[in-house]
Write a protein that binds this ligand. Structure first.
Ligand code: BT5
Length: 328
């Protein structure tokens, strides 16, 4: 388990230099054997720590930790003023759960939560989002709407476009969106979005926008992700700046959300369509117990997927269906 002591060791080892067991023990005021236990915990978390007799411990190439100061560098003025608070955790069950709890405590719109690890990261429909320690971005944002649930139509699709735009600014090009909002590079998933909603007593509609973006999964072994996936490091073929990507994604997201609130989904529809990786492809849509076969024909004015099923057009709404491409 990651606790304060484990995280302190990580903060020291983040510089990529050697640190002896004695030095770490002194800094944390604990024994060398307690340090060794912490190193074992980190090995179990698949953090690559070299242990060299006479030199100590080191993480080759160092580690990138979330830094509020660095993240804020990528904000423009208006967007910064839209963020009410930025909370950063080294470990949490789910950043979406955190926002949900904060809503009950009266949290303000613009609240952001980031975590270095999620112990119960969630995808849609009770699926799991694999969220290993220190490797990726797990973030959630609260945006409260005054105009009722209808104002949220197409919101998750807009979030997908924001991610693609932000990653493009960071040099990650060629991304597509698989309806409704999975971000792909080729046929591999790079990022996912989980949008949840709650309405309070006074009719205010709270959207919890959860985003997972893989930064460096290359040496992480897991058999929990059954479909092909990828990370920013592999796409860029170099080490991405996690704080820059986080700051840029948040900045674009805040900017898009304030436009979305005024102009709605239609303002973004053409942009979304440019990234549609299903367009004119044969797909099967799973909706409850039923399966629908046909050719994907883009999205409608409500963000629903249009399916051409032997000449008959059907529309499917976000949240109810999964899509599997049949042709690669
Ligand atoms: C999603 O669900 O893609 C939404 C993922 C949202 C995650 C964020 S992280 C911050 C916030 N807090 C949370 O608890 N969640 C949000 P869905 O379309 O249902 O995709 C889930 C599927 O993606 C799984 O069944 C796996 O096949 C695959 N998957 C799981 N972890 C993955 C990963 N790290 N990278 C790529 N694919 C993954």
């Amino acid at each position: 388990m990651i606790n304060d002591q484990v995280y302190k060791v990580i903060e020291i080892l983040a510089d990529g230099q050697f640190h002896s067991g004695a030095e770490l023990g002194n800094k944390l005021q604990i024994t060398r054997s307690a340090i060794w236990k912490i190193i074992k915990t980190l090995h179990q978390k698949q953090i690559n720590i070299e242990c060299i007799h006479g030199k100590g411990y080191r993480v080759p190439n160092g580690l990138q930790l979330f830094s509020k100061e660095k993240i804020l560098q990528y904000f423009t003025e208006n967007e910064l003023s839209a963020m009410s608070h930025l909370a950063i955790f080294y470990s949490i069950d789910s950043t979406n759960n955190y926002i949900q709890k904060q809503i009950q405590q009266g949290a303000k719109t613009g609240l952001v939560c980031l975590a270095e690890e999620q112990t119960a990261g969630r995808g849609r429909c009770q699926r799991k989002w694999v969220s290993p320690f220190l490797r990726n971005i797990y973030l959630s944002l609260l945006w409260s709407f005054h105009r009722g649930p209808a104002a949220l139509t197409g919101l998750t699709l807009v979030v997908g476009v924001a991610i693609v735009n932000a990653l493009s600014i960071c040099g990650i090009k060629g991304l597509t969106i698989k309806w409704p909002n999975d971000v792909y590079w080729g046929n591999k998933k790079l990022a996912g979005v989980l949008t949840e909603m709650s309405i309070d007593d006074i009719g205010l509609c709270h959207a919890i926008i959860g985003i997972g973006i893989n930064i460096n999964m290359s040496e992480f072994a897991t058999d929990e992700i059954k479909l092909p996936y990828i990370d920013c490091q592999t796409i860029l073929n170099s080490c991405p700046d996690k704080n820059k990507i986080t700051g840029t994604v948040l900045n674009v997201l805040f900017s898009f959300l304030s436009i979305f609130e005024k102009k709605g989904w239609l303002y973004f529809k053409d942009l979304w369509s440019q990234y549609d990786c299903l367009l004119d492809r044969e797909v099967v849509i799973f909706s409850g117990q039923l399966e629908f076969y046909g050719v994907a024909k883009g999205v409608d004015n409500n963000g629903g997927l249009i399916l051409d099923s032997r000449g008959e057009l059907k529309t499917f709404n976000a949240g109810e269906v999964s899509v599997r491409t049949m042709t690669k």
